[in-house]
Design a protein. Structure first.
Length: 446
């Protein structure tokens, strides 16, 4: 996210100044244009907040160097002069690379903050400590800016959502909400738990799906190279001498001829479907389609589905207050799953049923079609006994235990199957090579 400051004039000539945030300069200018059109203003200038490198000196002390974000060079100079510094130089930083911090860094920040809050340390002191100790520059600078804005009295939710590109949408919302709630420590702990589970699940998912796919792809390329290049060099020597080839050798040579004769077709079959699928997954419709059917694939689909329910229940437990207004916790919990189909069903079926028709929580969730019979049964019991909040926590813990245990078993099973496939391929190549080695040339005819 970038911050823009715009200056505009009213029809009566009065000048006004405003600021806003946007993902990039182009979208920021569109937001400014829309704003001035709505209020009948005339835009004079749009400035982007940038990083300035300064060098200044106080008295006879050693000159210091630093960075400061500002809209103009003059703002930095004025601020340093007011602090009693003699400004030596102020230059705009040419290249700004604000890469997103690693997830582990964000998890550590949230988790340490929660632990320090449990020790009754003031939040402002926690921010100061972490700002000084964090190694990741992007996160450190972000926290410094957040701390400064919070000290000025800016709404915490607005401040954190401004940096959702750093924290992620859900994390930014939760941290902003925590500062305004009376349960700050609990929300930070729940957010840290959510981030840890999300990171662990993605790591296990890579082990279960992505790593085996890469392994099989590399194996396929190796076999392709052997069959298409190495094997024909040997087998075709026998053809030159009109030697009859054994069946496996002949079949492998035919396959080699097909590969060498149709390289474009082979390349299209190998690379076009994955590229098309990747492009399709980036569209809104494609993301929705994949998220829906990811929960239905054999073995892994059930685990992905139950992990989504676990995340929903954990976030719902954190935000649900027991009051009549449970719509907002449901909406946020649905967004936290990261599954577009899950989120769509909750927002377009469950929430409208509750708001417009007065349907109960359990019936509304059941109508969405994204919850298991076990989850619906537990929610029904919790709604009847008035323990819906604790029921959500119990469900989250239950599905966490189940998915962690089953996912480990799935990973082990997939690793065994990959090893078996590699073994079968190697045996096949060995048999073909051995058969070729047993070919005896015909004795020369006198």
């Amino acid at each position: 996210m970038i911050e823009l400051r715009f200056k505009a004039t009213k029809p009566n000539g009065q000048s006004i100044v405003g600021t806003l945030s946007a993902p990039n300069m182009s979208l920021g200018k569109k937001k400014v244009q829309k704003l001035v059109e709505q209020h009948g203003l005339k835009t004079e200038s749009i400035e982007k907040k940038s990083t300035f490198l300064y060098k200044a000196q106080k008295g006879d002390a050693k000159p210091i160097k630093g960075e400061q974000k500002a809209f103009t060079k003059e703002e930095v100079t004025t601020a340093l002069t007011k602090l009693g510094y003699r400004v030596i130089s102020v230059n705009k930083k040419l290249f700004e690379f604000n890469t997103k911090p690693p997830t582990q860094e964000i998890v550590s920040f949230v988790k340490i903050s929660a632990e320090l809050m449990e020790q009754k340390l003031p939040f402002s002191e926690i921010m100061t400590l972490l700002t000084n100790d964090l190694e990741n520059k992007t996160l450190r600078e972000t926290l410094k800016q957040i701390n400064n804005e919070l000290k000025k009295g800016t709404d915490s939710e607005v401040v954190y959502l401004k940096y959702e590109s750093i924290f992620g949408k859900f994390t930014a919302y939760m941290l902003g909400l925590a500062s305004k709630s009376g349960n700050m420590t609990e929300i930070y702990k729940a957010t840290a738990k959510f981030l840890e589970r999300q990171q662990e699940f993605r790591k296990n998912l890579r082990s279960a799906l992505i790593t085996p796919m890469i392994t099989l792809f590399v194996l396929f390329l190796a076999v392709l190279f052997y069959v298409g290049y190495i094997f024909p060099e040997t087998a075709k020597l026998f053809e030159k001498f009109d030697i009859e080839l054994p069946p496996m050798t002949a079949a492998t040579l035919d396959m080699s001829d097909f590969i060498l004769g149709n390289p474009i077709l082979i390349a299209l079959v190998m690379f076009v479907p994955p590229i098309l699928l990747w492009q399709f997954s980036k569209t809104k419709k494609g993301k929705l389609f994949l998220d829906q059917y990811m929960m239905k694939i054999p073995v892994m689909g059930s685990l992905i589905h139950k992990t989504n329910i676990e995340v929903f229940c954990r976030v719902f437990y954190t935000l649900y207050t027991g009051s009549a207004d449970s719509i907002e916790p449901i909406r946020i919990a649905a967004e936290a799953t990261g599954n577009q189909y899950f989120e769509k069903q909750i927002k377009e079926i469950s929430i409208p049923l509750m708001t417009s028709k007065g349907v109960g929580l359990t019936d509304a969730l059941e109508a969405s079609g994204v919850f298991t019979p076990t989850a619906i049964s537990r929610f029904h019991s919790g709604e009847e006994t008035g323990t819906i909040k604790n029921t959500a926590k119990q469900l989250a813990n239950y599905y966490e235990s189940e998915t962690v245990f089953r996912l480990k078993n799935v990973i082990e099973m997939i690793q065994v199957w990959i090893a078996m496939i590699i073994m079968i391929v190697m045996i096949g190549l060995t048999l073909v090579s051995a058969e070729t080695a047993t070919i005896n040339p015909k004795p020369p005819v006198m």
